[in-house]
Write a protein that binds this ligand. Structure first.
Ligand code: ZN
Length: 344
């Protein structure tokens, strides 16, 4: 995918008006560059939307960026994270230590943080090896694709549900559950300002990763959830008029609904290409084989093992959606799991 990435070095903290500020916080070593952390004013101290990656440079950028805008990290009242990923929730714990802030996230991601804390301590490696094998990765590749053990973020103090108002005195900031990128991803609608903090759900140029883990689960359908969640933010716009999007990466953009429609189109095309691919190959294919045939931002052979693992997650999510729509089927009783087109 072509990218119009803007380097972190060109980013500055900004006063966006209406009691909203943005602070770019670097993600060391990531091509994504930075997380945009937002601060929303309240008489009892600012509330942050996301916090950034847990790293000393990131902390420096966050506390220094807030200070440059006349805000004090020690006065932060709360941190509401759009989802549990480390570039969003990573620094929330340190902000809490500095200011006594509460941390809030959706209850479904809070449950994942608990699960993650447990399995990082116990069965992480076995879990991954088994998951990769069942997707059809060969053992050598599976070992390389394992990746490092993740560091779970701080456990939230408050759990949010769809429609809840965030504790932000004098303003109306409402949680909109937008599952897909993670099960508990939320957008935050600043109802008094026609603005929506979109986290990773709607980004201006790239699309968020939507995958299934373990790859062979058939009890969830995150891509269908994600497409429904795109409709949710579009519906908010049709009810309230165009909403400005304040995403967690890249840049701020107008009219969230127009971009949501583009992203939906992108996935529908990808689903159609995948369905056609399976139709041309009558023999059942493993998730790994399917992933190797799909188009990624570089050739499969050039993808490092951990990115192959993510590509397989994305392939699995698209296969699951086609299965749920009745376009393909899962072959029963084989290991690794295989998929096949249905005769139309
Ligand atoms: Zn994310």
């Amino acid at each position: 995918m072509k990218s119009r990435r803007r380097p972190y070095a060109e980013q500055r903290p900004q006063d966006l008006g209406g009691g909203v500020w943005s602070v770019p916080v670097p993600i060391p070593g990531s091509p994504l560059g930075y997380t945009l952390v937002y601060a929303v004013e309240s008489p009892k101290g600012p509330v942050l939307v996301d916090a950034g990656w847990n790293h000393p440079d990131a902390w420096e950028a966050l506390s220094g960026g807030l200070a440059a805008l006349g805000l004090d990290v020690n006065a932060v009242r709360g941190v509401v994270v759009t989802h549990f990923h480390p570039d969003h929730a990573g620094l929330a714990g340190q902000v809490k230590e500095a200011s006594g802030a509460w941390i809030a996230m959706h209850e479904d991601d809070a449950a994942l943080v608990r699960l993650m804390t447990e399995y990082v301590a116990t069965g992480h490696d076995d879990f991954h090896a088994d998951m990769l094998r069942r997707a059809g990765a060969d053992p050598g590749e599976a070992r390389q694709a394992m990746g490092e053990r993740p560091t779970p973020p701080a456990q939230p103090d408050r759990e949010l549900r769809d429609g809840d108002l965030v504790d932000l005195p004098g303003r109306k900031l409402r949680a909109v559950h937008t599952p897909g990128h993670t099960p508990g991803h939320i957008c935050l609608h600043l109802e008094d300002a026609d603005r929506i903090f979109t986290g990773d759900h709607v980004l201006p140029d790239i699309t968020p990763h939507v995958g299934i883990y373990p790859y062979d689960r058939d009890d969830v359908d995150p891509l269908s959830d994600f497409l429904d969640s795109l409709d949710r933010v579009s519906d908010l716009s049709s009810l309230n008029g165009p909403l400005d999007a304040l995403p967690a990466h890249e840049w701020i953009f107008p009219d969230v609904a127009a971009r949501a429609a583009e992203i939906r189109h992108h996935h529908e095309e990808k689903l159609e290409r995948l369905r056609a691919l399976l139709t041309r190959r009558p023999q059942p294919l493993t998730i790994w084989e399917v992933a190797a045939m799909m188009t990624w931002n570089r050739p499969w052979d050039d993808l490092p093992p951990t990115l192959r693992g993510m590509a397989a997650g994305e392939a699995a999510a698209h296969l699951r959606t086609l299965e749920a729509r009745g376009a393909i089927r899962r072959v029963a009783g084989v290991d690794p799991v295989r998929f096949q087109a249905l005769d139309s």
